[in-house]
Design a protein around this ligand. Structure first.
Ligand code: IPE
Ligand code: IPE
Ligand code: MG
Length: 253
């Protein structure tokens, strides 16, 4: 992973690029990548982890503040048991192999999503990763694991409702900020850019509340093929967008 001077070099080379503060990635197409090569789906997930390392490195190089990657959805439990346990195993292996390097590169890691259905040993591992990297001030990497946007909103509503029931909060005081603070992304900026690979054009329950004004970029490549050049193309596309937020074009303001 690159050092500070490399970041500055890259930024100096492409001053035209607008760098999103927060990028969300729906890493899709591992299975199709493997199938196209006559390999089992599991090989696609292994290749997907390599692509993940690449995008983390790119985000460090370009000075992206927050990166949230969708790695296992609450709906992915409907997959064959073997595939699920392989993906879980892969998360453990990723932590074992990459934690030290992430820490060295000043990356703060957080796992968002439900802890329900996760084994105690996995919960402990998640707690360890978060605690080890908690002091880091560089890239904030959120891994959305066992995550679903609707479930996250339902959980936030339950928490807010219990505050109301306990008399600590008045219904009329509930604002968008109250809801934002009750989500797993509390304290983070909303994603500016959501990337989905493999040609699919849907959210599949990813960061539903937070993506209200995200720019969406859909790329045809399967996730394992998404590399630094793909990332740069996405940044160029993003940089050309006129983000109006319901207003008028930037030049007419
Ligand atoms: C994304 O790749 C990884 C996960 C959802 C865990 P897929 O496994 O969905 O790959 P495709 O969409 O079947 O090709
Ligand atoms: C979304 O991909 C979830 C992840 C990338 C982890 P899916 O492959 O599960 O989404 P659908 O089923 O095509 O909508
Ligand atoms: Mg898929």
């Amino acid at each position: 992973m690159s050092s500070e001077p490399a970041t500055q070099q890259r930024a100096a080379l492409r001053p035209d690029l607008r760098i999103p503060a927060h990028i969300g990635v729906i890493m899709d197409g591992n299975g199709r990548w493997a199938k196209a090569r006559g390999k089992p789906r599991t090989e696609g997930h292994v290749a997907g982890v390599r692509a993940l390392r690449g995008i983390v490195e790119s985000c460090i190089n370009y000075g992206v503040g927050y990166l949230t990657v969708f790695s296992f959805s609450s709906e992915n439990w409907t997959r064959p048991k073997d595939e699920i346990s392989f993906i879980f195993q892969l998360l453990r292996r990723f932590v074992a192999s990459d934690l030290e390097k992430l820490h060295r590169n000043n990356v703060r890691v957080k796992i968002i999503g439900s802890r329900d259905g996760l084994e105690d040993s996995l919960r402990r591992l998640i707690a360890e990763v978060e605690a080890t990297t908690a002091v880091n001030t560089g890239l904030k990497l959120q891994v959305a694991f066992n995550y679903g946007g609707k479930a996250e909103i339902a959980e936030a509503v339950r928490r807010i409702a219990s505050q109301v029931a306990a008399g600590r909060l008045k219904p009329e005081d509930i604002t968008e900020e109250t809801i934002g603070r009750a989500l797993s992304t509390a304290g983070m900026p909303d994603p500016d850019l959501i990337i989905r690979t493999s040609g699919e054009q849907r959210f599949s329950n990813f960061l539903l509340w937070q993506s209200a004004y995200a720019e969406l970029v859909f790329v045809e490549e399967n996730w394992p093929d998404f590399d630094a050049a793909s990332f740069l193309r996405v940044l160029e596309d993003y940089s050309s967008r006129d983000r109006r937020y319901g207003g008028v074009e930037a030049q007419q303001r």
